[in-house]
Design a protein around this ligand. Structure first.
Ligand code: AGP
Length: 614
């Protein structure tokens, strides 16, 4: 939610700030703004509703010459997405500017207090209180020191934040604070940088400083970065993180959109993740640092995640219960946080999060930690909060996922979940070494199976025509593929804004069947598995109501082909791994439907890539 960047140094700030915003735009894109310190010692800026490209056009006409500035791309929480609510926000004097990512929960009381003291507000946001609190501190106890002023302001705040602030009265300096929302910093010969995530800094450094919760930092024009605790003591050895991502991984590289690029990257992502994981001792996941005795003692596993990652969790439950014989509870994090949990010394919690920054998921992990559970994270983003706060991390190594719609992270997370399951099952004695090797060999065939599906994208393009006049769609599947249906429906509604609902195929007759009428598109996942016959019966029920049936079926299944309007063919795939292969068709289908409806597949309306508010 919201991307923030800051720079102070010897070069012009605006080019980096605009490039940084473009890179971070996936975090929010309803308005954007930039503020710099001009040569005349005054702050000047540009901000507007809409995309970073609109901001860039306006910036081209403005005088933003400066070597110190901050910028923001917004996902609205408090206040409509319009010009006046766009960040940066200024104080009454126009000499303090801030950008904020997070939520100030006590902003209403603070605003009343500040207004009563004579401050006037220019926006409806919660964030603006920070600028006014800094204004008071600059004139009072902070005596013109922006870092001290930010620290005093933060002491009044409740909620979550990453804040980057500057003041015309402390020129060339940028102050940063973090509690709950991510912020990384870089110290280079060319200047000092701040950004919401490492992708914005990948072009300027290969080493970032990670601010911890409760820490503050001062960025100076000579490129130095100093980190301080809440009480103002300097941290002698802040946390460094080496970035091994290639900066070009976050560019389009000839693809029309990131969704297309990331869908096509799935085979390589899975190959990377699997490489070297099978040894004579079974699956190698030493990074989890858990002994065989501890694994054998696990009495229950909670799997917690949101959105697409939650769908991975649903399949993880089936795998773990079937193969590792450990009871699993799987919950969306937003619900889990308000439920009672049964935790013993032997309870494991697995959080699944691509970004590693989803607020609900992090809150679940903290809750489980406090209750005494061991917490493992399956995540993509190196050094993310989930990774840093967990007892063990399994990185999916999918590379930067830029499109808001998660595709390659979904399949890579699923493969990571399979590896974790095989590891647990082998170590607790539920699965023999030979069986582990057999399953692993099946996994290594997935990249080629996915390549085959990618080569059949024309089938999805053709099937997209069936949605031209639709107002809604139904996705059906049984067993693990009821989750494939759920993920397919999520992809479709997320990128095409077409309503879609998923149902276990056998449940359709208990309600959703009433929706069916001629032309209503129904996507059914019907691979060659143990429930194929039953699912074919459900297809018959769909057809009998005149609805349009699109099936995801296994090569050669003429029974299915003879019944339905369209088939999205998948090559023969082991039953448990069908969700990893079949979803690729549904990702491509959603994209084609969205493109036909004129949607921006990478930046769907109202969404943000990492949801850092609860
Ligand atoms: C996926 O397409 C969505 N954009 C969304 O559901 C996402 O999976 C969810 O917000 C969780 O994100 P995370 O994996 O980064 O925690």
């Amino acid at each position: 939610m919201c991307g923030i960047v800051g720079y102070t140094g010897a070069s012009q700030a605006a080019p980096f700030l605009l490039d940084g915003l473009k890179t971070l735009e996936y975090r929010g894109y309803d308005s954007a703004g930039i503020e710099v310190l001009g040569g005349d010692g005054r702050l000047r800026g540009v901000k507007c509703a809409g995309r970073v490209s609109s901001l860039a056009e306006r910036c081209a006409k403005a005088d933003l010459r400066s070597t110190c500035g901050i910028a923001h791309t917004r996902w609205a929480t408090h206040g409509a997405p319009n010009d006046r609510n766009a960040h940066p926000h200024l104080d009454c004097t126009g000499r303090v500017a801030i950008v904020h990512n997070g939520i100030i929960e006590n902003f209403s009381e603070l605003k009343d207090e500040l207004v009563a003291a004579g401050h006037s507000f220019a926006s409806d946001t919660d964030s603006e209180v920070i600028a006014h609190l800094i204004e008071d501190a600059m004139a009072g106890d902070a005596a013109g020191d922006i870092l001290v002023a930010l620290r005093l302001a933060c002491a009044r705040l409740e909620g979550s934040w990453a804040v980057v602030a500057m003041s015309a009265d402390d020129p060339g300096r940028i102050a940063c604070a973090r509690k709950g929302s991510p912020l990384v910093l870089a110290s280079t010969d060319g200047g000092a940088y701040a950004a919401s995530d490492i992708t914005a800094l990948a072009g300027v450094t290969s080493r970032v400083i990670q601010l911890d919760n409760g820490q503050f930092a001062s960025l100076d024009a000579d490129g130095s970065v100093r980190v301080f605790t809440e009480t103002g003591d300097e941290v002698s050895s802040p946390d460094f993180l080496d970035i091994d991502w290639d900066a070009s991984a976050a560019t389009l590289g000839g693809y029309p959109d990131f969704m297309a690029k990331e869908i096509s990257e799935q085979p390589e992502a899975i190959e990377r993740l699997l490489k070297g994981r099978l040894t004579d001792n079974g699956i190698e996941l030493d990074e989890l640092e858990i002994s065989d005795e501890e694994i054998a003692a696990i009495d229950r596993i909670y799997v917690v995640a949101c959105g697409t990652s939650y769908h991975v969790g649903l399949i993880t439950r089936t795998l773990i219960e079937s193969w590792a014989k450990i009871p699993v509870v799987v919950e969306p994090a937003s619900e889990f946080n308000y439920e009672d949990v049964l935790v013993t010394d032997h309870t494991l919690c697995v959080i699944i999060t691509q970004s590693g920054e989803t607020a609900d998921t992090l809150a679940s992990a903290r809750k489980m930690h406090e209750a005494g559970a061991r917490v493992f994270a399956i995540t993509n983003v190196l050094g993310s909060t989930a990774a840093r706060e967990s007892d063990g991390v399994l990185y999916i190594q999918a590379g930067p996922e830029v499109s808001v719609c998660s595709t390659k992270a979904y399949t890579a997370q699923m493969v990571a979940a399979v590896l974790l399951t095989l590891y647990l099952a082998h170590r607790n004695g539920s699965m023999a070494t030979g069986e582990v090797s057999r399953r692993y060999r099946e996994l290594t065939k997935l990249p080629d199976l996915i390549r085959t599906v990618l080569d059949r994208s024309w089938q999805d393009k053709a099937a997209a025509h069936e949605f031209e006049h639709a107002g809604s769609a139904l996705f059906l599947g049984r067993g693990v593929n009821s989750t494939t249906a759920a993920e397919g429906a999520l992809k479709l509604k997320e990128v095409s804004y077409l309503h879609a609902e998923a149902y276990p195929a056998g449940e359709m007759k208990h309600g959703p069947i009433a929706l069916l009428e001629p032309g209503f598109p129904v996507v059914t996942i019907v691979p060659n598995d143990r429930v194929r016959e039953k699912t074919i019966s459900n297809i018959q029920e769909v057809i009998a109501r005149g609805a349009t049936c699109i099936a995801v079926a296994t090569d050669g299944d003429e029974d299915v082909a003879s019944l339905v309007e369209r088939v999205l063919w998948i090559p023969p795939t082991p039953e448990y791994f069908v969700p990893i292969v079949a979803i690729v068709h549904l990702q491509m289908l959603a994209r084609y439907v969205a493109l036909a409806r004129g949607c921006d597949v990478d930046k769907p309306r109202n969404l943000a890539k990492s949801v850092t508010v609860e």
